[in-house]
Design a binder for this molecule. Structure first.
Ligand SMILES: Cc1cc2nc3c(=O)[nH]c(=O)nc-3n(C[C@H](O)[C@H](O)[C@H](O)COP(=O)(O)O)c2cc1C
Length: 205
């Protein structure tokens, strides 16, 4: 089968690339607005892209032609926190993707707990096993097709300036993925738990 992207719709293309490249990560991004209200939302079009400096990018689209709360807050504070999503908080994370009006504290609304950031204005989520405080280093904008009209998608690049890791997932000086039990995204409304983890050493030539 061949699929020509010129003949495909936005949702079909979203599902194709999201599933073909999956499991995608789910990052739970917590932020703060100008009035001090906390916010959190999940994003899967996200990736680590650089090690030192440690830079992570997150791609934030529009909702009904308007900027999402997360990008409004990041444009104000110039920072955000990436919280890892495991089996214990996946339900609350998905709940936070609902269209709460701007100004509703989605951390509180989902029954989670906010903790003030050490180096950034944005809060972190106490229940997450890993939280990474990030300072905005760059924002890129790309034209994208939406339901109603084309609009600008923001791709934000943040440098990790402080990481908070729960002791139970830190083994021999590093994160233990077997204990972290992250959830991945494998399609629209489809998620996966961690399967078998195995090691493959690079081949020496
Ligand atoms: C698992 C999951 C992944 C998502 N990934 C993205 C994404 O990469 N980019 C995006 O713009 N929206 C994504 N969304 C939708 C946002 O979470 C949703 O629009 C949310 O309401 C935004 O919240 P905010 O207005 O508080 O920023 C995702 C939703 C879910 C459930």
């Amino acid at each position: 089968m061949k699929l020509d992207s010129a003949t495909m719709g936005r949702v079909e293309l979203h599902d194709l690339i999201g599933t073909a490249m999956g499991p995608l990560p789910i990052v739970f991004v917590s932020t703060v607005g100008p009035d001090g209200t906390y916010n959190a939302a999940p994003f899967s079009f996200a990736a680590p892209i650089c090690s030192k400096p440690a830079i992570i990018c997150v791609s934030i689209g529009l909702r009904m032609g308007q900027k999402k709360d997360t990008i409004k807050n990041i444009e104000y504070s110039h920072d955000f926190v990436i919280n890892s999503v495991d089996e214990n908080i996946i339900k609350q994370t998905i709940q936070a993707s609902a269209d709460y009006p701007y100004g509703v504290d989605e951390i509180k609304a989902t029954g989670l707990t906010a903790i003030k950031g050490d180096k950034v204005k944005s809060p972190r989520i106490a229940e997450a096993r890993v939280s990474m405080e990030c300072r905005l280093v760059q924002k890129l904008e790309l034209m994208e097709e939406y339901k109603d009209a084309p609009g600008l998608r923001a791709i934000i690049f943040g440098e990790v300036v402080m990481a908070h890791v729960k002791d139970e997932v830190w083994v021999d000086g590093k994160l233990d993925p077997r204990r972290l039990k992250l959830i991945g995204r494998v399609g629209s409304n489809l998620y996966c738990k961690q399967g078998e983890i195995f090691e493959l050493k690079p081949v020496k030539v």
